[in-house]
Design a protein around this ligand. Structure first.
Ligand code: DGY
Length: 315
């Protein structure tokens, strides 16, 4: 393994840091008393960054501090914090961690959908509070005869659809284009998909095109019995429009694993009883996080040893 210095701008799991430290020189920026001073000392040596989803932006200003930067190995499938176009234009490879988390996120998406529709956390709270002794938990909505619309039928979207098919519900999707190898109905626009769906599952990538794509109009099209599930990124949903729709009961409920300004969650959502809120845990099992971490390390090692990146993003 040639000399290869890697900067970690924000915390990564200990196993990733240890895995990298075996083969490279690792510089954890978040541990530095004076981060800017550390950057000044190592900027010419740094050839790689190991970055983490949901943390600070890795934009052109940040990357341009390192004249010999060649690769950004990202922990997460969604790499919206990285300006991958800038990196590409400057011959810097960006890798992410696709596939290894498909099943985990799909499991959570289905769990969140069921929890939201059948109000499972609320029923748990009801029992613990002793309310069962005074009466039954209110009846809930159902998955029976419902139509699921998936916004973004990529690898995770397909894993969700495969699981949802076991519930004998209708499945449709919208995305950049119709896919001929899937048995689900295609709608060219999100608005049409929402109109034809009872449950809208958001699992599209966060891009300029998808920012606030789930807006007031889409939510109104989903309708008063509609349920919104978001396991993608908070930026895809106009959170204020969602809060208004929930307050005015123009949709029924929402299950959210992601938020616009994580880890901040709008108090208005926290105060609502009909929503289920999770702290961005889609891929958060030991098994899957270990696999993601290993891929971050393997991408950097493979690149540093001249074998090329394993999972470069298409930019
Ligand atoms: C990702 O990989 O992008 C996820 O959001 C982390 O679970």
């Amino acid at each position: 393994m040639p000399d290869f210095d890697i900067l970690l701008p924000s915390p990564l799991p200990a196993k990733v840091v240890q895995g990298l430290a075996h083969v490279c020189k690792v510089h954890p920026l978040w541990e530095a008393a004076d981060p800017q001073a550390l950057i000044g000392q190592i900027k010419d040596k740094v050839q790689g960054l190991a970055t983490c989803y949901g943390k600070g932006k890795i934009d052109g200003d940040f990357m341009s501090q390192f004249p010999n930067l060649k690769i950004v190995s990202h922990y997460g499938v969604g790499y919206d914090i990285i300006d991958a176009a800038w990196a590409g234009a400057h011959h810097i490879v960006v890798t992410n961690t696709p596939d290894v988390l498909n099943d985990e996120v799909a499991d959570l998406a289905i769990g969140l959908m069921l929890a939201t529709i059948r109000q499972i956390p609320q029923a748990d709270t009801f029992l613990r509070a002793g309310h069962w002794l005074k009466g039954s938990f209110p009846l809930t909505a159902t998955l029976r005869e419902r139509r699921l619309g998936i916004f973004g039928l990529g690898r995770i979207g397909k894993a969700i659809a495969k699981r949802a098919a076991a519930f004998d519900i209708e499945i449709a999707y919208c995305g950049r284009k119709k896919q001929d190898d899937v048995p689900y109905r295609f709608y060219p626009s999100l608005l049409e998909l929402a109109r034809e769906s009872d449950i809208l599952m958001v699992i599209a990538p966060a891009t300029h095109e998808t920012t606030n794509a789930v807006n007031a109009e889409v939510l109104s099209a989903l309708g008063a019995n509609g349920v919104l599930i978001n396991v993608a990124r908070g930026s895809l949903v106009d959170e204020n429009a969602l809060i208004e729709a929930l307050k005015n009961k123009t949709i029924l409920s929402a299950g959210l694993d992601v938020f616009a300004a994580e880890p901040q969650v709008p108090q208005a959502l926290i105060d609502m009883e009909q929503v289920v809120l999770l702290p961005h845990v889609g891929s958060a099992s030991h098994y899957t996080r270990d696999a993601m971490g290993q891929l971050v390390v393997d991408n950097l090692i493979s690149f540093a040893e001249g074998r090329g990146p394993l999972t470069p993003v298409a930019e």
